[in-house]
Design a protein around this ligand. Structure first.
Ligand code: 2HA
Ligand code: ZN
Length: 272
């Protein structure tokens, strides 16, 4: 068995948590990440035989599409700031069984902890994204200040919110042509917000939780981080200019030029 602390997937997870903390997106225990792993990769580092599992944790939901799948996930109540100092306490590697109703702990959470309180939203989002994009591996949640601020002063319709973000930086429509979907404030940590988030994940890789934060999904940690980073940059520009007289913008005609130049298609009906 190889040392899991040297596994590329673990190193990347630790670096990403640290980076997100340094961006100010994950104060205290804010934020959570889950990464879908291949059994073959996992088996190099941990014993995957069922009879060696010593902790099973009920999930409180069903996710038949994820039965037998492995996830590296951040822990509930854990601080992103501390992941780099004690990955085995702050992270866990679980396998879902019994149609997703139970998680077997294969590694991590060594202080008796368990997966993030947002596990339902993560797992349901994985299931939704995998039906749209079989390459999807990552779901990431965090609290970037400008996106959050924007949900206090901007209309929360997904189309109008997306259009504003697209108008704030030329690259936005290229990075997230499917736009961002916006949920109203809901109680976090529940199956209900998980179901609502997953439903929004059918049409976009970014879902804003109003007055709370954002969810992103993608094929790896770098891509998902970059997606949130780009949306957050756009929100930052918006918060810098929203109170000033607007003299210029990126027009829909210019957005169509970007579609052609970069080979992307904006979400149906979002451009004139
Ligand atoms: O506590 O971000 O949404 C972690 C969270 C809950
Ligand atoms: Zn949160």
């Amino acid at each position: 068995m190889k040392n899991i602390l040297e596994a590329p997937f673990l190193i990347e997870m630790v670096r990403t948590c640290t980076n997100m903390y340094q961006h100010g997106w994950d104060e205290r225990n804010g934020g959570n990440i889950s990464v879908l792993l291949n059994e073959a990769d996992v088996a190099e580092y941990v014993d995957v035989r069922a009879d060696t599992v010593d902790r099973v944790i009920p999930t409180g939901f069903e996710a038949p599409a994820l039965d037998g799948k492995y996830f590296l996930v951040t822990g509930t109540g854990k601080y992103f700031k501390n992941v780099q100092y004690a990955p085995e306490v702050n992270l866990g590697l679980v396998r879902l069984i019994n149609g997703g109703k139970v998680a077997q702990l294969l590694w991590g959470f060594t202080d008796g902890g368990k997966f993030t309180s947002e596990f339902p939203a993560h797992m349901m989002s994985h299931a939704a994204r995998l039906t749209v994009d079989p390459e999807n591996r990552v779901v990431m949640h965090c609290h970037p200040a400008n996106l959050l601020a924007m949900t206090y002063v901007h209309d929360l319709g997904s189309r109008v919110f997306t259009r504003t973000l697209w108008q704030m930086c030329t690259e936005c429509i290229v990075v997230f042509p499917d736009g961002v979907n916006v949920l109203p404030w809901m109680l976090c940590g529940t199956n209900e917000i998980g179901i609502a988030t997953a439903e929004q994940m059918n049409t976009a890789r970014l879902v804003v939780w109003s007055q709370h934060g954002i969810y992103g999904a993608g094929k790896d940690l770098d891509e998902t981080f970059g997606l949130i980073e780009t949306a957050e940059k756009a929100a930052e520009i918006y918060m810098k200019i929203a109170h000033l007289p607007l003299k210029n913008t990126i027009t829909d005609e210019q957005m169509h030029l970007l579609e052609g130049r970069f080979g992307v298609r904006a979400r149906e009906g979002y451009l004139e």
